[in-house]
Design a protein. Structure first.
Length: 276
C-alpha cells in the first residue's frame, strides 16, 4: 500500500527538473548613439549618455517584425526598440530620429550580420546593380554648430538673420513627429488648411527672445520672414545628429558613380524569410 510520501516521490523515469543555471541568457551589446546624449533634457534617461544597451534579437523580435497589425499601424520599429532596449525607462517614442536609426542598424547587424544587400537602378543607364552595404562602416553625420548656442535643457539657440530674433529650438523626437501627423490628419478630416510647416515649427520652437509663452511663439511663427525660415531649416539640417546612411557604388556597365540614401525597408530586418 502506497504511503503519502510514496505518492509524491518522483519516478526514476521522470525528466529532471530544470536548473536555473541552464536557462539561456540573451547576450547584449552597447550601441553608440549620434546625439551623444546632448539633445535630451536633464530628466531624460539618455541625458549626456553616449551608448545604449540592447539585447540581440530573438524569435520574440521576429514575431514583432512580421506582425501584420503593427505593420498596418506603422509601429513595427517602435515595438522592436521597446523590446530590445534594456533600460525600460527609455521610451522608443522619445528617441531622436538619429539615435533611433543607430539602434536599428545595431540591432540588424547583431541579428543578420554586417552585409546589407540592396538593389540599385543606375542613374545613367538604368542597369540593375546589386550592392552590399557594410553596416560596420556606417558613420555619424558631420554636424556644423557654427553660431549655435546650446542649453542645459537639450535645446539650442539661433539668431535669425532678417528679424534678428533669437529662437530656442529642440530636435524633434518620434513622439513629436507622431503628434504633428495626427494634427495634420485631423485638419484634413475637417477640410482645414494643414499648415504642415507651421505645425512643425510649433513643435520645434520652445521660446522666442527668451519668452516661452505659446502666444508669443505662435505669433512669431505666423509672421516669420521666409528668409529666416530658410536659414533656420538649413541650420537645423546641419545640427541634427544622425547616421550617414548613404551608399556609393560604380555601375559595372557604364562606369557611372551612383550615390544615394540607403533605405530601411522590410527586408532590412527580414533578409532571409525561409520556409515560415
Amino acid at each position: 500500500m502506497l504511503t503519502n510520501a510514496d505518492k509524491f516521490t518522483r519516478p526514476a523515469s521522470a525528466p529532471p527538473q530544470v536548473e536555473m543555471s541552464n536557462v539561456y541568457s540573451v547576450p547584449t551589446e552597447y550601441v553608440e548613439i549620434p546625439s551623444q546624449g546632448g539633445f535630451y533634457p536633464e530628466n531624460h534617461p539618455l541625458y549626456k549618455v553616449n551608448k545604449v544597451e540592447i539585447k540581440l534579437m530573438t524569435t520574440k523580435e521576429e514575431d514583432i517584425l512580421v506582425n501584420p497589425s503593427y505593420m498596418e499601424e506603422g509601429v513595427t520599429f517602435e515595438k522592436l526598440l521597446k523590446s530590445i532596449i534594456i533600460d525600460k525607462r527609455i521610451r522608443s517614442e522619445s528617441l531622436l530620429a538619429g539615435d533611433r536609426n543607430a539602434l536599428l542598424v545595431g540591432a540588424r547587424r547583431g541579428a543578420y550580420g554586417d552585409d546589407y544587400p540592396i538593389d540599385i537602378i543606375c542613374d545613367n543607364c538604368s542597369e540593375n546593380i546589386e550592392h552590399v552595404v557594410k553596416l560596420s562602416e556606417v558613420k555619424f553625420t558631420e554636424n556644423n554648430y557654427d553660431n549655435v548656442e546650446f542649453t542645459e535643457k537639450g535645446t539650442f539657440v539661433v539668431e535669425l538673420p532678417q528679424s534678428k530674433v533669437f529662437v530656442e529650438a529642440k530636435i524633434l523626437t518620434g513622439e513629436d513627429e507622431n503628434s504633428i501627423q495626427r494634427k495634420i490628419e485631423q485638419k484634413l478630416k475637417h477640410k482645414l488648411p494643414t499648415e504642415a510647416l507651421i505645425e512643425r515649427y510649433r513643435h520645434i520652437f520652445t521660446s522666442v527672445n527668451g519668452d516661452d509663452s505659446i502666444y508669443t511663439i505662435n505669433n512669431f511663427i505666423n509672421s516669420m520672414p521666409i528668409g529666416d525660415s530658410v536659414y533656420f531649416k538649413t541650420k537645423y539640417a546641419k545640427i541634427i545628429p544622425d547616421i550617414d546612411f548613404v551608399y556609393e557604388c560604380v555601375c559595372v556597365k557604364c562606369n557611372h558613380s551612383n550615390k544615394g540614401g540607403v533605405p530601411i525597408l522590410a527586408n532590412f530586418f527580414w533578409p532571409n524569410p525561409g520556409i515560415f
